[in-house]
Design a protein around this ligand. Structure first.
Ligand code: NAP
Length: 225
């Protein structure tokens, strides 16, 4: 395979939302789910976030548990996986947690709509920047590049627009999903796969691999594509 083995990880409400209509990165995961996510991060070579999530939330994407970071070091790895951001215009502030929290290699995939000045500023900060001369980031090419730079296992942490596009292009192998016992509602609240959608006869089928009922009232599901 000339792309990483790719798992989308997501926390959804019982009504399938990954955030409220306010789109401020609402907490959905329980304590146990946060621990599971941290373990999944520690097992990945890279963690990918989409443009809106990157620019509006500027996530740290580091492994929180010291023991898990230590475990990576014991395995001859860096303490944190590579942080991967993709955005049409990569106007991410240099003092953001995404750039600064680490130590971690930071890679950004963007387009020529990002100013040359910003591209240079990112590179001076040590960020590896890949630029497509296209209206949006070429996700197929991004995946091939990630494999080439050593990402064999990629964890994807949203949001819904990028998730859908990756799924539509057949670039995802697994879906890991924590369903929290709560409802957000809202026709404009994001879901795990947004974008334009596809008709019923093109529906992407999943194989259910695992179901766990948790004491916090949530359910953990694992699907294979
Ligand atoms: N609960 C969870 O597990 C979880 C995890 C992550 C995020 N979230 C939530 O998800 C929401 C953000 O999701 P989102 O759907 O608005 O944005 P997103 O998926 O984070 O980013 C999508 C943006 O990436 C850019 N992009 C560039 N090339 C692209 C391509 N080839 N295909 C698709 N997008 C491309 C586009 O920006 P342009 O439109 O500027 O071109 C697009 O709008 C937030 O509310 C966040 O809190 C929830």
């Amino acid at each position: 395979m000339d792309r990483p083995y790719t798992i989308i990880n997501v926390a959804v409400t019982a009504d399938g939302k990954i955030d409220t209509f306010e789109r401020k990165g609402s907490a959905i995961s329980s304590k146990r789910d946060k621990e599971r996510v941290d373990e999944m991060r520690a097992a990945a070579d890279g963690i990918l976030v989409g443009g809106k999530t990157l620019l509006e939330e500027q996530p740290r994407l580091t492994v929180k548990s010291e023991a898990l970071r230590e475990g990576r070091i014991q395995r001859g790895l860096s303490p944190n996986p590579i942080k991967v951001g993709m955005a049409t215009i990569a106007d991410i502030p240099l003092d953001s947690d995404f750039i600064k929290a680490g130590p971690a290699r930071v890679v950004i995939f963007t387009t020529s709509r990002t100013s040359i000045r910003q591209l240079e500023t990112l590179r001076v900060q040590g960020v590896d920047v890949f630029v497509d001369d296209a209206p949006r980031v070429d996700l197929n090419k991004m995946m091939t590049t990630l494999k080439k730079i050593g990402v064999n296992h990629l964890m994807v942490e949203g949001g819904g627009t990028m998730n859908f596009e990756l799924i539509r292009l057949g670039l995802v192998d697994e879906l890991a999903m924590y369903i929290a016992p709560m409802i957000f509602g809202g026709v404009n609240s994001p879901t795990l796969a947004d974008g334009p959608g596809i008709p019923r006869d093109a529906a992407i089928e999943l194989k259910l691999m695992d179901v766990e009922k948790w004491e916090d009232g949530g359910v953990f599901l694992r699907y294979k594509f």
